[in-house]
Design a protein around this ligand. Structure first.
Ligand code: KIV
Ligand code: NA
Length: 265
């Protein structure tokens, strides 16, 4: 299978082909994702929750992200490798962000993800100009959970919606190629997606009107204990194997049957 490139992702967006992304933290799952035609493997800082049992992503370190990126990047997989920059690793200055992005790129990341809106656009531009592809992340940004007052839907007020629209445009202008939108009303996410010219949107709890979808692997496999969010579907239900479950996820994203109305806000 031909490896997915940034060029391919941008072709998919232009052609209206949905981008299927899943989180991935190790080589075994990276190989499964590759065989199941996942387009992007996200080494998410959700590994703090899922692998480490932390209550938030805040304690995750740069070295932990680099380690898991190395594990994923070693696998034989077609998936494009995207790694989260952890809390505190890009907030001080654009120079600090570049230094830490370089560490993750050296570990095998092909793109890095930063949480934040307009305020982070200058940093995004600095990285993109220096050869670091960037994925933005707006809406519910888990690294700001204490600021946001919990894991809740964002952009519900007129003011909040206008903020997210302005954030998206600023991030596109800064050169971000992808942008995750998390827990955003479906109609707002669709409107933002339609307003963009080059940046592909990837939704999680943001409805079917995005250019692609992402879920946490352990959530969609039904492994993560406890109550899951409204936007999660357990793809192990009725699946013959993990590989089959992942393939069903990819198929459902591609044909637009996931997310359904019950997964949206
Ligand atoms: O860390 C993560 O898993 C993420 C996704 C929820 C987008 O950032
Ligand atoms: Na994350």
């Amino acid at each position: 299978q031909k490896p997915v490139t940034l060029f391919e992702l941008s072709r998919m967006r232009a052609a209206g082909e949905k981008i299927a992304m899943l989180t991935c933290y190790d080589a075994s799952f990276a190989a499964v994702l590759g065989r199941s035609s996942v387009d992007v493997a996200l080494v998410g800082d959700s590994l703090g929750n899922v692998l480490q049992g932390q209550k938030s992503t805040l304690p995750v370190t740069l070295e932990q992200m680099a380690y898991h990126t190395e594990c994923v990047a070693r696998a034989e997989s077609r998936a494009f490798v995207l790694t989260d920059m952890p809390f505190g690793s890009y907030h001080e200055s654009r120079e600090q962000a570049m230094r830490n992005a370089a560490r993750l790129m050296a570990a095998g990341a092909q793109m890095v993800k930063l949480e934040g809106g307009e305020f982070i656009a200058d940093t995004v531009h600095f990285l993109v100009e220096r050869g670091v592809p960037v994925c933005a992340h707006i809406g519910l940004t888990p690294q700001s959970v204490h600021q946001l007052g919990g894991y809740r839907v964002q952009g519900r007020s007129d003011e909040g919606a206008a903020r997210l629209k302005a954030d998206a445009l600023a991030l596109e202008q800064a050169g971000a190629a992808l942008m995750v939108m998390e827990m955003v009303p479906a109609a707002l996410a669709a409107g933002i997606t339609a307003s963009l010219r080059t940046m592909a949107t990837i939704g999680i709890g943001a409805g079917p009107g995005c250019d692609g979808q992402v879920l946490v692997l352990h959530d969609m496999l039904g492994i993560f204990p406890g109550k899951t969010a409204r936007f999660v579907r357990n793809f192990m239900d009725g699946a013959a194997s993990i590989e089959d479950a992942v393939a069903r996820y990819v198929a459902a994203v591609k044909d637009g049957s996931f997310p359904a109305a019950e997964h949206c806000y």
